[in-house]
Design a protein around this ligand. Structure first.
Ligand code: PMP
Length: 459
C-alpha cells in the first residue's frame, strides 16, 4: 500500500474527471466481505465510513446477493407508467411502515439529489394545487448539503459550489446552521441554536411568508457540518415556526435515514418535530443499487394525484431491480435489528473516540448520533484552532488511513471554512470487536499525522 504511486494517465473512467493528472493511483476494488473492502493486490481496508455513508449492510451480503439474483431472473426493468411491479409494492409498503404516519408514501428515485429535487417540486406543485402559487422560496442552511443537481445545489449552503455554479441558480435565502463547536461570543450551544431558529423566522418574515414554500435541513448533518446534532429545542422551534407560517418542513435524511442514527429516521428522535416531507437514499439500498426516495403524507399525495398527478418523473423511477434490493435491505435491517445495533455500536464507537481524544491532540470534537459520527480535527484542543487550511488535513488523513487499511470519508466542504472532520460511520452490521479494530487503526493514523505535523512545526 504505497501512497506515493502516481500515474501521468489516470485513465478513461470517472477518475479522469475528478483527479488531476499525476494524482496517486487509487487501489482497484476486487471484492468486499462484510465491513472489509479488498483490492486487487489483496490489501484489506476496513470500511470505516461505509463509503460515503451508504454501505449500511457491508459488502457481499448473502441475503442481498440472493435477492438480486432472484429478481434478475424475473424482471430487472419495466417502465412504471406501463407496469406495476411486486418489488415496487413491497418496497413502498416496507418503507412506508418504517417511516411511519405522515411519511408513509414513497416516490422512488435513483439517488439523494433526485430525491431532493422531487421533494422541492412536490412541495411546489402541492402548494399550487392548494391555491398558494405565490410560495416558491426554499430556505436552506449555511453550511448544508442537499445534492449536486442544480435545484438541490441551489438550496445547499456551500460557498465554494455557489462561487462556481451560483450564477446558474435562483438564489434562495439561507439561515445559519446551529454549529455547536465554535460558538459566537457569549453564546452557549442552546442559546446559539435558539438564535439560529429565530433567524429562520426572521428570514421567513423578511421574504414574506406568502412567498416561502419550504425549509430544508439535515436533521443530523452529513459532510457539510460533520454530523451536527442540535439541542431538541431547536427541532421543536423550527417545526413551530414552519407551522406558524404555512411553510413545509423538509428533512434531508439521505445520510441520516434508513436506521443509521439508531432510529429508522433521524426525525424519530424528535417526535414533536415531524417533517412534512423527508428524503432518504444511500443506506436505503445499502449501496447495492442507486436508490432514493421522497416520503410524504397520504393526504399530500392524494391532493396531487387528484389534480392530475405529480408533474415530474425519471426513466428509473421505482426501478424494479432497485426496489427489490431496497425491499431486501429493509427486510434485513428489521430482521437483524440493525437499527438497535447502530445505537449500541454507535455508543461504543463514541466511547472509543472519546478515549482517543484524551491521548491524541488532534481530536477536537466528536459529534453525531448512532453510527453517524464525525471527529473534528484541530491543531489545539484548548483553543479549538483549526489545522492550517493549506495542510488539507482531511485529504492527508485519508491518505495515511489507506496505508493503515482504513477507508475513510472526509472530503473538505466549503473550502474548510467551518473546520475539518472525518466521518465515522461504519456499516450497521459492525460488531464490538470490529469497532475496536477501527478505533485502533484510527488511533495509529492520527498518531502518525500528529507526528508529521510536529515535524512541520504545526503542533
Ligand atoms: N443530501 C445529503 C444530506 C447527502 O449527504 C447527499 C450525498 N452526500 C445528498 C443529499 C445527495 O445524494 P446523492 O449523492 O445520492 O445524489
Amino acid at each position: 500500500m504505497d501512497d506515493a504511486r502516481s500515474s501521468p494517465e489516470i485513465g478513461l473512467g470517472l477518475q479522469a474527471f475528478t483527479r488531476p493528472p499525476g494524482a496517486p493511483v487509487l487501489p482497484r476494488i476486487a471484492r468486499g466481505d462484510g465491513i472489509w473492502l479488498i483490492d486487487t493486490d489483496g490489501n484489506h481496508y476496513l470500511d470505516a465510513s461505509s463509503g460515503p455513508v451508504a454501505s449500511n449492510l457491508g459488502h457481499g451480503h448473502p441475503r442481498i446477493l440472493a435477492a438480486m439474483e432472484a429478481q434478475a431472473r424475473q424482471a430487472v426493468f419495466a417502465y412504471p407508467s406501463q407496469f406495476e411491479s411486486a418489488a415496487n409494492l413491497e418496497f413502498a409498503e416496507r418503507l412506508g411502515r418504517l417511516a411511519g404516519p405522515g411519511l408513509d408514501r414513497a416516490f422512488i428515485v435513483s439517488g439523494g439529489s433526485e430525491a431532493v429535487e422531487s421533494a422541492i417540486k412536490f412541495a411546489r406543485q402541492h402548494a399550487v394545487i392548494a391555491g398558494q402559487a405565490s410560495r416558491w422560496k426554499v430556505i436552506g442552511r449555511q453550511p448544508g448539503y442537499h445534492g449536486n443537481t442544480l435545484g438541490a445545489l441551489a438550496v445547499s449552503g456551500d460557498e465554494h459550489a455557489h462561487e462556481i455554479f451560483g450564477a446558474m441558480m435562483r438564489a434562495v435565502p439561507r439561515v445559519p446552521a446551529p454549529l455547536s463547536y465554535r460558538l459566537p461570543p457569549n453564546h452557549t450551544v442552546e442559546s446559539h441554536a435558539r438564535a439560529c431558529a429565530a433567524a429562520l423566522e426572521e428570514a421567513i418574515l423578511r421574504e414574506g411568508p406568502e412567498t416561502v414554500l419550504a425549509f430544508i435541513m439535515e436533521p443530523v448533518g452529513g459532510l457539510a457540518t460533520g454530523a451536527l446534532v442540535a439541542p431538541a429545542s431547536y427541532y421543536e422551534a423550527v417545526r413551530q415556526i414552519c407551522t406558524r407560517h404555512g411553510v413545509k418542513l423538509i428533512f434531508d435524511e439521505v445520510m441520516s435515514g434508513a436506521g443509521r442514527t439508531g432510529r429508522f429516521l433521524a426525525a424519530d428522535h424528535w417526535p414533536a418535530a415531524r417533517p412534512d416531507i423527508a428524503v432518504v437514499a444511500k443506506g436505503l439500498s445499502a449501496g447495492y443499487a442507486p436508490l432514493g426516495a421522497m416520503l410524504a403524507s397520504a393526504e399530500m399525495v392524494r391532493m396531487v394525484a387528484e389534480a392530475g398527478g405529480f408533474m415530474h418523473g425519471f426513466t428509473y423511477n421505482a426501478h424494479v431491480m432497485g426496489c427489490a434490493i431496497g425491499a431486501a435491505v429493509l427486510r434485513e435491517v428489521e430482521e437483524a435489528d440493525l437499527i438497535g445495533n447502530a445505537a449500541r455500536m454507535g455508543a461504543l464507537l463514541r466511547q472509543r473516540l472519546e478515549a482517543l481524544a484524551m491521548r491524541n491532540p488532534l481530536v477536537g470534537d466528536i459529534r453525531g448520533l448512532g453510527l453517524l459520527l464525525a471527529l473534528e480535527l484541530v491543531s489545539d484542543q484548548h483553543s479549538r484552532a483549526m489545522i492550517p487550511l493549506q495542510k488539507v488535513a482531511p485529504a492527508r488523513v485519508q491518505q495515511i488511513a489507506m496505508r493503515h487499511g482504513l477507508a475513510l470519508y472526509c472530503r473538505r466542504t466549503s473550502r474548510g471554512a467551518y473546520g475539518d472532520w472525518l466521518m465515522l460511520s461504519p456499516p450497521l452490521i459492525i460488531t464490538a470487536d470490529e469497532v475496536d479494530i477501527l478505533a485502533g487503526r484510527l488511533g495509529a493514523v492520527l498518531d502518525e499525522y500528529a507526528a508529521e505535523l510536529r515535524l512541520e512545526g504545526v503542533l
